[in-house]
Ligand binder design. Sequence first.
Ligand code: AMP
Length: 543
Amino acid sequence: MLGLMMNTPLLISSIAEHGAQFHGGREIVSVTADNPLHRYTYRECVGRAKQLANALNGMGAKKGDRIATLAWNDYRHLEAYYGISGAGYVCHTINPRLFPEQLVFIINHAEDRWIFTDVMFVPLLEAIADMIPNVEGFVVMTDNAHMPETTLNNTVCYEELIAKESLDYTWPELDERTASALCYTSGTTGDPKGVLYDHRSTVLHAMAEIAPDTMSLSSYDSVLPVVPLFHVNAWGVPYSAFMAGAKLVLPGPKMGDGETLCNLLDSEDVTLALGVPTVWLALLQYTESAGKRLDKLQRTIVGGAAVPRSMIEAFRDKHGVEVRQAWGMTETSPLGVANSPKAGLPEMTPDEQLDLASKAGRGVYGCELRIVDGEGNELPWDGEAYGPLQVRGLWICSDYYKLAGAGGAHTDDGWFDTGDVATIDPEGYMAITDRTKDVIKSGGEWISSIELENTIMGHPAVAEAAVIGVAHPKWTERPLLIVIKAEGQDVSGDELLAWYEGKVAKWWIPTDVEFVTELPHTATGKIKKIELRKQFADYQLTG
Ligand code: AMP
């Protein structure tokens, strides 16, 4: 017997409508290239998204068409999110930091019909225009006064495009499984793979995200996503903020700029900020050098890479800010686990609290976890056993776009193999020890590069660090520690190695240390280990 409850589809347009109706006056503040601090309201945002939906209709877009964006976090990009997906098209967010060949691959693979672009990415598109023949035209997200000279064909000014459209628009009643957005994983090997989100997964993910033990998002919050709209839908914040009625602060092209972030956090009363560890390193370095304290910020959600314990400590002890670590992937929308204490845990010392906060987090309803051994047998949740991490759930990808099972990341029993290696403790807190391909294999055992990096980040003379495995005749691989020294600090390799004593197993301690002035990062701020491994491929270990 079926129940007798309404079967209302879960649609992204319903989030826009909810936001406009119940929080219509809530503010959205953006740093943009043509306006240093643009302000308007949810109501205006949704109105303009509807004008955009009307415009797309006029441009001949058909349901399911991929419409791409190549842009930073600002209000026009947000309007594209709602206007494109809400109207039944697929919003394909492109990462502008990809190599030109990768851009060409994904634009062609996605069969994008139009590309909405920031002014600053017009030269990038000009350089590849000949190789993306299926793109019918380009919408430059600016006003008439700031339209660039360009060799691109069929170029339209965004403000002109929507200005002539009506604010009246009725969102279509779509099937909730309709594709809504497309994001390609920035695969370090092979071609990028497309993750195709749908309306249902997006709405459920946003609902899970606002929960108290996850982001604890409410209308009292002011949220700054420093995670790009082109990376996993800015971790779902555009949707969850509209659901909760939180003020949105969008940093535009100023993502990695500690000073801009610090000023925005302060002037816009930001209570919650989200980003990868590298972004917060830049912010903490700025506050330290400028002698500033983050008085208004209450909590940060940090994920995308392991969060150094020293960073959690600095936020807590210097700024009174709670760090909530989270783990996720493009394939998981991205929320997989989130870290906050839970009822029933024994009283913890401040040090033990840091230990707990250093883990990736615990399960969120909607995403199941398991760790397995080499044969696929489940491993115990004892905090010791480690193995490949697999997930399944309400917002986890079931396949890659147009790969029809050839992605090789799903098990026969329907779990997604994350490519991460993890432990899970008896309370359900998961900790990532490595990416499968970054694990250092020494003498038949695995060494966690993440733990070695996190430990050394606690040394006051270290600004940033990475650990990679380097070939060793006897041990197969040994860890090499690569360090950027903190400004004005001097330290020797031996002093750094001594820091590990008593903190990690003796045989884990890196064999060598190299000092560098720069580490390669991905567009989303993660250290590019693959590039480091290439750079140090011929490295001769001294031990
Ligand atoms: P992406 O799909 O680009 O978002 O990358 C996802 C990957 O980032 C995961 O598979 C992990 O390897 C890494 N990652 C995300 N969150 C964490 C975390 N809290 N700790 C360690 N690694 C993480």
